[in-house]
Design a protein around this ligand. Sequence first.
Ligand code: PHE
Length: 338
Amino acid sequence: MNSIVEAVNTAVAAARKKFSACTCANDVEAVRIEYLGRNGLFPELSKGMSQLAPEERKDAGRAFNEGRSAIQNMLQEKLSELNAGSGAEEAIDISLPGRRPRLGHRHPISQLTDECVAIFRRMGFIVADGPEIEDVYHNFDALNTPADHPSRDLQDTFYLPDGRILRSQTSPVQIRVMETHTPPVRIVAPGRVFRRDTPDATHGMNFHQIEGLYVDRGVSLADLKSVLQCFAREMYGDDVKVRLRPHFFPFTEPSVEYDFTCVVCGGKGCPVCKNSGYIEIAGAGMVDPAVFEAVGYDPTVWTGYAFGLGIERLAMLRYRIPDLRLLYDNDVRFLEQF
Ligand code: PHE
């Protein structure tokens, strides 16, 4: 056996061992360079070929070619073995189910707002909108609120440096709608309102209201009660009754606060309604003539009612939420339930 045949056999055996020890593509490349690279063993051996006697050359040539392709095959096998993932860090298992993105959903307050608006739309109300940064005129003056009324106090309302305010109620939307539309008017205006309250279980510095306004000829308190009654039934079921209690608001006359029979005990009395059988919902009343005058409606021709709804309050009742701060903590474990 001539020396080249011998050298090729030794090299193939050594390369086999080295390939099997490889754990990454870089290791494989190092072995390739050692044997097949430009200054590697095989180019070196091919130089020795010319010194061989002609009768030895044939065997040496065949051994050389076979040895070289054996090493090339080992190299390919090792690379595909590494790619297939045995021992490699970047293994890809295409049969693994993907990671599902966690889907969010609408906030319970938004859901409930939509639900209320849908109920009022079925009763013929259309949706109106107004700015959250409001001027004092629309939030107080045009709503017949006297200059010394406590709700205007710095302690109660957020004033901006330019003299505007964060609206403390959705009632200014009444004014904006009446300023730009001739009667009859029938709107609901959902939105965010701001008050300088210390947050506790039933108060927040910002919360949500829906304002309702209906202006036409011959509108009465009975119309107001029937629309609230209809809303109560749609929202909480057929057994819920509405009660009006006398109250005062600067922009309605007469003014009422309205209650629903307790949705927890059905009116019998329980801790939620403090044994009264009723739960206070919000305020309402007949539009004050002074408000009509402020927007240029003739109070001898037009009559109307207005009402407010506190959405957080409706949510607390509907879902029995004991503390409204839960609605704003953004804890998914809480929000997921809706
Ligand atoms: N704006 C009043 C409030 O926030 C509620 C209300 C609306 C009262 C419409 C009467 C008429 O308390």
